[in-house]
Design a protein around this ligand. Sequence first.
Ligand SMILES: [Zn+2]
Ligand SMILES: [Zn+2]
Length: 369
Amino acid sequence: MQFVPRAQWGAAPSKYTLVAVESTRGVKVHYEGTAVPVSLAADHGRCAPRMRALQASHLADPKEDYSDIAYTAVVCPHGWVFEGRGAHRKTGANGNPTLNAGHYAVCAMLGDSGLTEPSAAQLHGLRDAIEWLRAEGGAGPEIQGHRDGYATSCPGGPLYAWVQAGAPRPGDAAPAPQPAPAPAEDVPARYQAVVNGLAYGYGAQGPQVTAVGEALVRAGFGGHYRSGPGPDWTDADTENYADFQRSLGYTGADADGIPGPHSLRELLGTLPGGRTVSLAHVIAAARTDPAAEQGHQTYADEAQVVEQALADEALLGPQWVDGSFGTRTVTAYAAWQRRCGYTGGDADGIPGRSTLERLGAAHQFTVID
Ligand SMILES: [Zn+2]
Ligand SMILES: [Zn+2]
């Protein structure tokens, strides 16, 4: 699969926290529905900007009040799979909450006029997306059109005929790989990094953002501010921070304007923040609390941070966020390990470094030894 993650196409942050889903019955296939220019098929360089425009139009839709681009993934005419909401996130595209919980939504860049016929590369990409969601997203075997169960012409005649035929791969060989889209030069990096439990980068909010902005101004790197600095991280913060990174000698992706621990410490003299979880402590808690009396707490604060993250992932009932790493927490952590791709004895519910770091990256805590 030729995959373009959100950061690579320059996705804006979600407006609201996306709802987690453990599994779905399968995938519904969509098309854009409006006119798609035929010339798109000749220029893969326009596909990433088209994703940004699609996301912006969904985020600006006053009627739907979408959290994000509605689709799970979008497949361009050249066969690339652009990550939308992604695996294990409820889509907003299928028509109503029940339908959205039932299936993922994969959209082809095709319209009801202009570009209306899927290319062979695009059908391969759609198939790639479906197989990815089965392997990584708990998608079941169903492949349907948006029109199945909802009154719409989507996904259009040609694509619906393909769906009804069982969504086969085209007979010809898989398409020649196209180059990955270059990161957009006109758009500053739009992703967030968590350093010592605090978020930085586009869309991050809080006093730590103001502190960085004020320090940038003091250090002479405030040139991109039209107003502020303030508590909401904007493109101007990213551009000023990139100037600061270049002054440290950083180049390329290291100078994209998103802080890392080293540059932050250089700027601020110290690392703000606090939510840290010791891997050794949570392992000890997971080994001790289940066998102890109900509610026993070995490392209550750190267990609670992990439990809250598991609850936010819809893997643990909120009533069990209690600082006791008991049997239910171990079971929920095992489900998180399976979601990370581990099986058997590797998904035993005792935290390991890589799964804990993944949880921390998604829920803003830092893992220490
Ligand atoms: Zn649709
Ligand atoms: Zn493309």
